[in-house]
Design a protein around this ligand. Structure first.
Ligand SMILES: CC(C)(COP(=O)(O)OP(=O)(O)OC[C@H]1O[C@@H](n2cnc3c(N)ncnc32)[C@H](O)[C@@H]1OP(=O)(O)O)[C@@H](O)C(=O)NCCC(=O)NCCS
Length: 343
């Protein structure tokens, strides 16, 4: 291995803590068989998903963010209501299923966890939300602007899912994960590099049209089902397979390493076949590819931090490991990140 650690302007940033949350209610493939013309075997074979979690009525994405944030801050001993050196300074939330159009989810989370000294904002990047937010947060730390930035990826996809459309309702679930970013210490490397892209021409293939300024909610938008996720599954699939491989290869190559140098690969969990196709292209040992899609389905911005938790539980992620993250999402958006795990 000849890892060339790319210099950053300012200081390096690292992930110093992780916390996750999934709501307790579970939707199994058998449950979906009662709603649409599908079956467990088809869903498992075509996607790898067996069950997904569902947020209870009366709660929003911000409530999952709060639970993940509390778990993360507790792991690091950070008290959200402290201001200054020991307190939280900024909250960046990757989500496309905010509680409401505005205020942002970051504002709702700031209030609910009592982070008096913090500001924050949301990042809308579909399923790449967590990796895009991670880069935004990293730059705030690297520049010296902040020393404690909470980056959250969370989505309540079941709220936007049409449970009479068998091609989409099988895929999505709800969940959240948070990481704390802090300056790296002597001898630590932390976040190394990112390759992010958008291709807005892909917006026609994956979107939610209703409720925005172009199509404000009306009886007509409701009747047309414009408040649900629309997806051309095959177009998304082809783009995801191509771009996950292209972006991750570029990221590894420009840092002088190969898949063999990675401790593990933590991809967005949209479809098991997309993950294995990408891992094959990288020459990754399947044992070091983190897959938990069977338990959670696609939680959009929640998938990568949830998979970090799985990697730790399975003892596949430990201090000093090089880790590759990658996601593709609505936009289209593409995000890949390389980091050294320092916890
Ligand atoms: C959605 C997805 C699983 C569908 O799998 P696929 O192999 O592409 O399946 P197809 O769309 O070609 O459909 C094949 C057949 O299965 C049927 N089918 C679709 N959903 C089904 C279901 N839940 N159960 C049973 N049959 C189903 C289709 O109607 C089609 O039938 P037909 O051949 O009679 O027309 C797949 O396209 C996918 O994962 N796409 C990417 C999704 C994604 O990543 N989204 C999030 C991006 S972040």
């Amino acid at each position: 291995m000849s890892l060339t650690v790319r210099p950053v302007v300012g200081r390096r940033a690292k992930i110093s803590a992780l916390g996750t949350y999934v709501p307790p209610e579970v939707i199994t493939n058998k449950d979906l068989e009662k709603l649409v013309d599908t079956n467990d075997q088809w869903i498992v074979d075509r996607t790898g998903i067996r069950e997904r979690h569902k947020l209870a009525k009366g709660l929003g994405t911000s409530d999952m963010c709060v639970e993940a944030a509390k778990n993360c801050l507790k792991a690091r001993g950070v008290e959200p209501d402290k201001i200054g050196e020991f307190g939280l300074e900024c909250i960046v939330v990757g989500t496309v299923t905010p509680d409401m159009m505005f205020p942002s989810t970051a504002c709702l989370v700031q209030d609910k966890i009592g982070a008096k000294g913090a500001w924050g904002f949301d990042v809308s990047a579909g399923c790449s939300g967590f990796v895009f937010a991670l880069q935004a947060g990293a730059k705030l730390v690297e520049s010296g602007a902040h020393s404690k930035v909470l980056v959250i990826g969370a989505d309540a996809n079941t709220r936007m899912t049409n449970y009479s459309d068998r091609a989409t309702c099988i895929l999505f679930g709800d969940g959240a994960g948070a990481v704390l970013l802090e300056p790296a210490e002597e001898g630590e490397i932390g976040l190394i590099d990112f390759v992010h892209e958008v291709d807005g021409s892909g917006g026609v293939s994956l979107n939610l049209k209703g409720g925005g300024s172009l199509h404000p909610t009306s009886l007509a938008t409701l009747v047309a089902g414009m408040h649900f996720i629309y997806q051309d599954g095959q177009a998304v699939y082809k783009f995801a397979v191509r771009k996950m491989a292209e972006t991750t290869t570029k990221l590894l190559e420009r840092n002088g390493i190969t898949g063999a140098d990675l401790g593990c690969f933590i991809p967005h969990q949209a479809n098991k076949r997309i993950i294995t196709a990408t891992a094959d292209r990288l020459g990754m040992d399947p044992e070091r590819v983190i897959i938990n899609i069977e338990k959670y389905g696609n939680t959009s911005s929640g998938t990568i931090p949830l998979a970090m938790e799985t990697a730790i539980e399975q003892r596949k992620l430990k201090k000093g490991d090089l880790v590759l993250l990658a996601a593709v999402g609505a936009g289209f958006t593409v995000g890949a990140a390389l980091l050294r795990w320092e916890i």
